[in-house]
Design a binder for this molecule. Structure first.
Ligand code: ADP
Ligand code: MG
Length: 553
């Protein structure tokens, strides 16, 4: 009778449940899993650090709508990948981590890389389990995958001991699993839909906030329909950008601080009132702000600020309910209100504040001048990856996103070091679209070695490093006396040469007048490229009304 090996059952089960990409690093005991995955047609991307691989898997899951896989070795491999589980959990993104484990028969003996992996992973996961027999693999893979992307998405973990990976079982001697259907899309109660619309009608200064729950639920057509129908001003969370185009006339993203502070009612769509949204509290929000909250997770409703109306359900389903209910109403938010003009004035004033920096031609350059060329050069269909403090914050305001799920950044967990893994994922999932990673020099450094992955896999990622020689900013020269200031990095470091080392293109830009041609050259190059833009170490952000991480009152 024919037999089949554990590794093959894993690969076939993952494939059956929609895994198309596996990011990982092989070694004991997972080599057979990677090889089997390739055999069944899963794209295997071998990376240089498990952390970056775990970031790649979750970004791929967010972009494809199904959990994608990360494969790591036992012990330290799993520990490195915990970073990705934590980040995925914080962002509500799906992924499945497959960890090799020491053989069951050696448990407790001090085996090579023996670790309590399920316990370690469980804290950062919706589901974590060890597979004790190869015949149960289809069951566990189905359960893990389904848990990952049904309801609020999140990471899951499966532990695969060496002896299960190598176990030979008779074909037909075990139960296979059903293929998991698309995630259910629950609707809100009709009465709450009506209450939400009535609340919006009664508001003087309404604001819609679009978060990445709407991007995840593919609600872009419904949300744009709703915004255009109601004519409500909206702004997007960092990764909610692009669900409705940033250049939409109803976007008030350019007056974000004022919009949040003065709104008397916010309609929170698939976004949380966490630190990114300043908890919904004063001084960043008005004390009595009313909240309509749409979320997949009932337990999220009322976090930090009680919700006047709760719409619990799937973003796409609930906004289409709202749109249908609007058919029965003639209402839209009027064209001329003092709220609209205040927001428009503020957006104009903000633009005027940064204009001198945009026009400053001195070398080395500042952020706003650099983004002027990047913005004009950026292809409309680009996937934008971004991390770094000022690089990411200023870039968010200066680089438009006009399509959904096309911005990947440090996210809800504020993680530095995600960029290279995200860029690898974007290149794998969207080989037909330009992938542009705009990185601070510090952010890039966390996983800089993944440029070798990009070169080896022929992923034409264009990396722009805004290089100010430090965490935050650095110095013109390193001082001779020790100790070094804690936030400095090497001034004028030649990150561009790293890319050349592996066969990509690297370009150094010392003067802003050379930036545009460098960007064009990078785009024209048939492969990955780094444009290393030297920045004035003292370049900063436009003055902000509130300190970063404003404390509540
Ligand atoms: P942002 O950073 O954009 O504000 P968050 O990650 O803070 O986004 O919030 C996203 C919210 O979206 C989470 O509370 C999550 O429960 C919710 N969510 C997840 N899936 C869906 C879905 N299918 N429909 C609507 N909301 C969803
Ligand atoms: Mg820096």
């Amino acid at each position: 009778m024919a037999t089949v090996r554990g590794a093959t059952i894993i690969a076939e089960s993952l494939k059956q449940q929609g895994v198309e990409y596996m990011f990982g690093i092989v070694g004991f005991p997972v080599v057979p899993i990677a090889a089997a995955a390739q055999k069944v047609g899963i794209t295997y991307v071998g990376m240089r650090n498990e952390q970056a691989a775990s970031y790649a898997a979750q970004a791929a899951g967010y972009m494809t709508g199904r959990p994608q896989a990360c494969l790591v070795v036992s012990g330290p491999g799993v520990i490195h990948a915990l970073a990705g589980l934590a980040n995925a959990q914080s962002n509500c993104w799906p992924m499945i981590l497959i960890g090799g484990a020491s053989p069951i028969v050696q448990n407790g003996r001090g085996a090579f890389q023996e670790e309590k992996q399920v316990a370690a992973a469980a804290h950062y996961c919706k589901y974590a389990h060890a597979v004790e027999d190869a015949r149960r693999i289809p069951f566990y893979v189905e359960q893990a995958m389904r848990t990952s992307f049904y309801g609020r998405p999140g990471p899951v973990y499966l532990d695969l001991p060496d002896d299960v990976i190598l176990q030979e079982v008779e074909e037909g001697s075990f139960q296979t699993a059903e293929t998991i259907p698309d995630a259910p899309r629950p609707q809100a109660l009709d009465e709450n839909v009506e209450s939400a619309l009535s609340a919006l009608e009664s508001a003087e200064r309404p604001l819609v906030i679009v978060g990445k729950g709407m991007a995840w639920s593919n609600a872009e057509d419904e949300v744009r329909g709703f915004i255009e129908r109601t004519q409500l001003p909206f702004l997007a969370s960092p990764m909610g950008k692009g669900v409705v185009a940033d250049d939409h006339p109803l976007s008030v993203g350019a007056a974000r601080t004022l919009a949040l502070k003065e709104a008397d009612l916010i309609f929170l769509m698939g976004a949380r009132l966490n630190w990114i949204m300043h908890f919904g509290l004063p001084p960043r929000f008005s004390k009595d702000v009313r909240v309509i909250q749409l979320d997949m997770s009932p337990e999220e409703i009322g976090t930090n600020v009680p919700a006047e109306v709760a719409l619990v359900g799937d973003g796409k389903a609930v906004v289409s309910q709202l749109n249908r209910a609007l058919d029965e109403r003639q209402w839209f938010y009027p064209a001329e209100t003092s709220w609209r003009s205040a927001l428009a004035e503020k957006a104009e004033a903000n633009q005027a504040t940064v204009q001198p920096m945009i026009e400053d031609e001195s070398a080395p350059t500042n952020y706003y001048r650099a983004f002027k060329d990047i913005r004009q050069w950026l292809p409309d269909n680009a996937v934008i990856v971004s991390e770094g403090a000022n690089t990411m914050d200023i870039g968010r305001t200066q680089m438009p996103n006009n399509s959904p799920r096309s911005r990947l950044d440090a996210g809800s967990y504020g993680t530095m070091g995600v960029g290279m893994g995200f860029a690898v994922a974007a290149a794998a999932v969207h080989p037909d679209r330009p992938v542009v990673a705009v990185e601070g020099d510090s952010g890039f450094g966390f996983s800089g070695m993944e440029v070798e992955t990009m070169c080896r896999h022929k992923m034409p990622v264009k990396i722009i490093i805004l290089n100010n020689g430090g965490i935050g900013g650095g110095m013109d020269e390193l001082p001779a006396d020790k100790p070094l200031p804690v936030s400095v990095l090497t001034p004028r470091a030649r990150y561009d040469l790293m890319m050349e080392a592996f066969g990509g293109r690297g370009i150094l830009v010392e003067d802003p007048k050379d930036l545009r041609s460098a960007l064009d050259e990078a785009m024209a190059f048939d492969g990955p490229a780094i444009v290393n833009v030297l920045l004035n170490p003292r370049a900063g952000r436009k003055p902000q009304e509130f300190a970063w991480l404003t404390k509540d009152e």
